[in-house]
Write a protein that binds this ligand. Structure first.
Ligand SMILES: Nc1nc2c(c(=O)[nH]1)N[C@H]1C(S)=C(S)[C@@H](COP(=O)(O)OP(=O)(O)OC[C@H]3O[C@@H](n4cnc5c(=O)[nH]c(N)nc54)[C@H](O)[C@@H]3O)O[C@H]1N2
Ligand SMILES: Nc1nc2c(c(=O)[nH]1)N[C@H]1C(S)=C(S)[C@@H](COP(=O)(O)OP(=O)(O)OC[C@H]3O[C@@H](n4cnc5c(=O)[nH]c(N)nc54)[C@H](O)[C@@H]3O)O[C@H]1N2
Ligand SMILES: [Mo]
Length: 814
């Protein structure tokens, strides 16, 4: 059995395979030092949580503690593989600084208290505001990292009980555009493709998606195809050089913010060459003429000029995509966190619609998710939408939900689109939201323009509740902090980016008095005495399985139908893809086979929006556009970003991720192997720009925008000129110099980002801002500590390679 240093070699050993062949099994595992498999007392079934891939794993338990993980060979998603964050990240839950008791603010300081005191304060304050100001004074901001059962319960409390329209997830920052683009094109959320499309595709196009670092096991699957016979050709659209671009047949390193121009150039070429499935378009699609009109005169040269990429490279990409027999496309944050996010993501759907490439092996779109349970936030309505992909602007859907919940339809807010997260923070800033309940997210590091966010969260008049597992930058500003139990300490289900549902069983007891998020929500509902229309308790379950059973009924007959699933069915399984119902007892691999969509006017999840203004369309407009429930092609015109580089701020600043860390690092920084691999922030710049400005690898630089400044050490990488990149993982809780949030100089990338969002999905713009860079201190030869294994690979050969040292993990290839 090979042992591999999975920090130095994040994707592990290759197991090549050919088109249509089964992907070989390789079981990865990591146990606490000194332990062997025979020392483990119990293995408990679960799946990975530090990304959206949903890789099946078993949790190793000894003496009541988690001591390791092992990939599940029989899981449909990973066939046993795990990524570096999955192998090591679980150690964070054993950290000594977990929150173990509730905290309340007394005379300006957070002090420990008991659950009754803390929850009475939360419920008492909410009740007082409800009586004095009504439900609109109350907002909930949740996450993509809890379990399905928790979101469904929260959505019922907020929408069915309290009656507020202010409920959203950090999924707004993450996959709001995935949902919006799927609704625009197919009338409903729901991932058309499947990871098994990788096994069949002859062309894979990745749009703004650094899959190698962000879904490492999906990339391992692609790498194994590339290493086998008849490999697929990759097309990569990303301004930076990444492991994906290095493996690609064509890399379009477009200027940031120009994705719509690029897509229109590709579509022009595809249409001009007649690479169209005319019959598919005729039978299954509306809106083709609009697209034809939009791109006819938009030449490849024009696109190449706007995007600053070679016209021939664009043509070559269009040829690959246009002549592919089995095309798989993936889309993520390079497209989603942009000023024209939905417009760009929809053009990727359009490529598949004009080519008739959906619902068959190898022909799929993956409008990717990021967080492990983001899909459930959306399905259960904790992102503001109504549960079960019901349409808030269709009264029949609201009535149907009211039936499921046994409440009056008028008690479910549906007078306007649900409030999106950025708007909720605006309402808190203005003082109309007075109570904000934050669960499983750290907005004081992850939202744009942090100086503003800190000032909103620290207002005297805002009552802030934070439910987390650590005392984060956000928790430090709270009035009440509730200690949550997390993965491995509670039971629930979650659904990955290709609709695969996994069960995650409780393996160990939570530390101290920490409680599962579900139990905290149930306690809140009890203390608020929320009732249905007959006076019975509104929430009718008391545990996770009860919540799941209730959700099954809520989802019955809707696209995301879970009615054929149960805990018993999921236990022992290798993951099941929804819809899973009487008609599809084994689940559903691909959606939209045969060109059938969930887009009929009376069934669809939304009537769509104007992609430029974001204005929702009415039912009348939708019925006129799409009376027969076909797929919808929506064209879009390129418009430049609102903030572009100029004389004062000459660089494009973009932000994103590295392979070893997850978000604000509350977990990965507490896993020593991961923290060592990427201990401090850095800033990436091209060799040309560095030489022009006289900067060298390792120099300490200050990066500033109109909103703030941060310091980081320079990593010179092969990215395009004029762009700089900052990872957004580094906040203030573990800063070596002890400086806190708001202290100068800053460290979090979001000190710099802009308060701006896509008009249709309302997803914030994290990928473009105008910045300037200056030297603080020359390096005297010490390189920056950025990883050498991935996109931040140095151009200089003198930088020591990132390695895990003594750590080598088992990989059992079957
Ligand atoms: N290691 C790791 N994995 C993760 C996470 C993590 O924090 N760490 N988080 C998870 C989550 S929640 C998410 S949402 C996903 C995100 O996964 P990804 O979207 O793959 O990650 P990002 O690094 O945010 O952005 C992807 C790429 O977009 C490129 N980009 C920037 N601007 C533009 C542009 O204008 N156009 C184009 N075409 N590309 C651009 C960047 O150079 C970057 O390489 O990752 C998930 N997986
Ligand atoms: N500049 C820039 N900013 C970005 C992005 C970017 O690319 N660039 N990406 C955006 C994206 S895609 C995302 S998803 C967001 C992520 O942003 P956040 O959601 O703010 O980041 P996390 O660090 O994942 O925060 C999750 C919190 O939940 C806590 N937690 C973990 N497990 C549990 C649990 O079981 N229960 C409870 N109650 N708490 C738990 C963790 O300790 C942590 O504090 O950041 C966004 N911000
Ligand atoms: Mo995300």
């Amino acid at each position: 059995m090979p042992y591999v240093d999975r920090i130095a070699e994040p994707w592990g050993t290759r197991t090549p395979y050919g088109p249509g062949e089964p992907w070989p099994v390789r079981v990865d595992s990591f146990l606490e030092s000194g332990l062997r498999a025979q020392d483990v007392e119990r293995w408990v079934q679960s799946a990975t949580i530090l990304h959206s891939n949903g890789d099946g794993l078993d949790i190793a338990v000894k003496d009541g503690r988690v001591v390791g993980v092992r990939g599940r060979a029989q899981d449909r998603v990973n066939h046993g593989r795990l990524g570096p964050k999955d192998l090591y990240g679980w150690q964070a839950a054993n950290a000594p600084d977990r929150l173990v008791r509730p905290l309340v603010r007394e005379n300006g300081r957070l002090v420990e208290t008991d659950w009754d005191t803390a929850m009475d304060r939360v419920a008492g304050h909410a009740r007082e505001l409800l009586d004095e100001h009504g439900p609109s004074a109350i907002g909930f901001y949740t996450t993509g990292q809890l379990f399905l059962e928790e979101y469904y319960t929260l959505a019922l409390i907020a929408h069915g009980g309290i009656g507020t329209n202010h409920l959203d997830g950090n999924t707004r920052l993450c996959t709001a555009t995935a949902a919006a683009a799927l609704k625009e094109s197919f009338g409903c959320d729901g991932q058309p493709g499947s990871y098994t499309d990788v096994d069949h595709a002859d062309v894979i196009a990745l749009y703004g998606h650094n899959v190698a670092e962000t879904q490492t096991v999906l990339w391992a699957r692609i790498l194994d195809r590339l290493a086998g016979p008849n490999p697929p050709a990759l097309v990569c659209v990303d301004p930076r050089e990444t492991p994906v671009s290095r493996a690609a047949a064509v890399h379009l390193a477009n200027r940031p913010g120009t994705n719509v121009a690029l897509m229109n150039g590709l579509l022009h070429e595809i249409l001009a060459n007649g690479w169209i499935d005319e019959r598919y378009v005729r039978e299954h699609v509306v809106g083709f003429e609009e697209l034809e009109k939009r791109v006819r005169d938009f030449t490849v040269e024009e696109a190449a000029r706007i995007c600053d990429v070679p016209a021939d490279a664009l043509r070559e990409a269009a040829r690959l995509i246009g002549t592919a027999r089995r095309l798989l496309s993936t889309v993520l944050q390079g497209f989603y966190q942009a000023h024209q996010a939905t417009a760009a993501a929809v053009q990727v759907n359009n490529v598949h619609l004009v080519r008739g490439m959906l619902g068959r092996p190898g022909c799929g779109v993956l409008q990717m998710n990021g967080q492990p349970t983001a899909q459930n936030t959306r399905e259960c309505g904790a992102d503001g939408d109504l549960p079960g992909f019901r349409n808030w602007s269709n009264d029949a859907h609201v009535r149907d939900l009211a039936r499921v919940w046994n409440v009056d339809p008028m008690d479910i807010p549906h007078y306007a689109p649900p409030t999106h997260a950025m708007q909720m923070f605006r309402y808190a800033e203005e003082g109309s939201i007075r109570f904000l309940y934050v669960t499983g997210t750290n907005p004081a590091v992850s939202l744009p323009e942090l100086a503003r966010i800190r000032s909103i969260l620290s207002q005297e008049r805002l009552f802030l509740v934070v439910q987390d597992i650590f005392l984060t930058e956000t928790a430090q500003l709270a009035d009440v902090v509730l200690p949550a139990a997390t993965w491995a300490e509670k039971t629930g289900t979650f659904t990955n980016a290709d609709r695969t549902v996994h069960l995650s069983d409780k393996a160990v007891e939570p530390p101290g008095e920490a409680r599962p998020d579900l139990d905290i929500f149930l306690d809140l509902a009890r203390r608020l005495d929320l009732r249905d229309k007959d006076g019975a308790p509104l929430v009718k379950w008391s545990d996770a399985e009860g919540a799941f059973e209730a959700w099954k009924e809520c989802s019955r007959g809707r696209p995301c139908d879970y009615s054929g699933l149960s805990y018993a069915r999921l236990r022992g399984s290798g993951g099941v893809q929804w819809p899973c119902d009487d008609g599809h007892p084994e689940g559903t691999e691909r959606l939209y086979a045969g060109g059938r969509f969930w887009s009929a006017p009376d069934y669809c999840e939304g009537y769509g929006r104007d992609l430029v203004t974001g204005a929702p369309l009415s039912d009348i407009e939708y019925k006129a556009l799409n009376p027969d429930g076909k797929a919808i092609i929506k064209a879009a015109e390129y418009v430049p970003p609102h903030e572009e580089p100029d004389g004062d701020f000459p660089f494009w600043l973009t932000t994103g991720r590295t392979i070893y860390h997850f978000h604000t690092r509350t977990k990965t920084a507490r896993a020593p192997q991961l923290q060592r691999a990427a201990p401090e922030p850095w800033v990436e710049m091209s060799p040309g720009d560095a030489a022009r400005l006289g900067f060298a690898e390792g120099d300490l630089l200050e990066v500033a925008t109109a909103r703030g400044a941060v310091r980081a050490r320079l990593r010179v990488t092969s990215m395009r000129d004029g762009v700089i990149f900052l990872p957004f993982h580094y906040g203030y809780w573990d800063r070596p110099d002890g400086a806190g949030p708001g202290d100068s100089p800053g460290r979090a990338a979001n000190e710099l980002t802009i308060t701006d969002w896509d008009p249709a999905s309302k997803q914030p713009v994290f990928k473009t801002a105008a910045a300037r860079v200056s030297l603080v201190m020359a390096s005297s030869g010490t390189p920056s500590p950025a990883p050498t294994t991935a996109a931040s690979r140095p151009v200089s050969a003198d930088v020591p390679a990132t390695a895990g040292g003594a750590d080598a993990q088992a990989e059992e290839v079957m």
